[in-house]
Design a protein around this ligand. Structure first.
Ligand SMILES: [Zn+2]
Length: 234
């Protein structure tokens, strides 16, 4: 399977090109994190990789993460994300299958144990998942070295910066960061650099560029990442 990268026992990346999902197999069950744009048969892929029952966790509900949500019976997300999800419900999906995951909830698969960290800003209910023993952080779109979408409904740059500060305060708890876009894995030194970049963005210190596709925003690049942003700049 050319889109599947085995990172270690019980841990795979499913790479759609442009966005990736993560599959963790525990001793009890297995967790898929996000489902991509929907061009890959992710449910079938997970069934080939593990015989454990797979449940789905959405780091957030932008379209590039929910493409195959319809194939999963149980879909967890933070409650702050549910309105965003409901308003543009992916085809074939129902709110009946959606269950809440709250800040500090622990997802114990056996072998893997992830803690939910609420990191609003990119979307209202964006979460990260922290594996304290394995010292890994699954960061969604909030910490990455690609373009961070910060334009359109539900984005909030101030909340984003608070979330980055929160992750900086937790940085003694993890070594590697596994984002949905850009390079993967990335080192944790990127986190303070993203905060500096966001501050520079708001201070008007980053050069305004045209976005990579036709989008109602401008692109601003700092040393760590890009921001696709349409908000106020001082
Ligand atoms: Zn994304």
């Amino acid at each position: 399977m050319e889109n599947v990268i085995k990172i270690q026992d019980r841990f795979w990346i499913i790479d759609e090109g442009g966005v990736r999902s993560f599959l963790f197999e525990g001793t009890k069950n297995a967790m898929l994190i996000d489902t991509g744009f929907g061009s890959l048969p992710i449910k079938n892929i997970t069934e080939e990789l593990t015989d454990k029952e797979v449940f789905l966790v959405n780091t957030h509900t932008d379209k590039d993460h929910t493409g195959c949500n319809k194939d999963f019976k149980t879909i967890y997300m933070h409650p702050s994300e549910m309105e965003h999800y409901k308003n543009a419900l992916p085809k074939g999906c129902s709110m009946k299958n959606v269950l809440p995951l709250w800040e500090k909830d622990v997802i114990d698969l056996g072998y893997w144990k992830f803690e939910v960290i609420l990191t609003p800003g990119h979307t209202p209910g964006s979460i990260m998942l922290l594996e304290r023993d394995k010292r890994m952080l699954i960061s969604g779109d909030t910490v990455q070295d690609g373009d961070i979408f910060m334009f359109g409904a539900g984005r909030n740059i101030d909340a984003f910066m608070r979330s980055i500060e929160k992750i900086i305060s937790m940085s003694d708890m993890f070594d590697t960061i596994w984002p949905s876009h850009g390079s993967c894995p990335i080192e944790k030194d990127i986190v303070p650099d993203i905060l500096c970049g966001a501050k520079d963005l708001l201070a008007g210190k980053l050069e305004e560029q045209e976005p990579p596709w036709q989008m109602p925003c401008k692109k601003y690049v700092c040393d760590a990442a890009g921001f696709l942003y349409d908000g106020d700049i001082q």
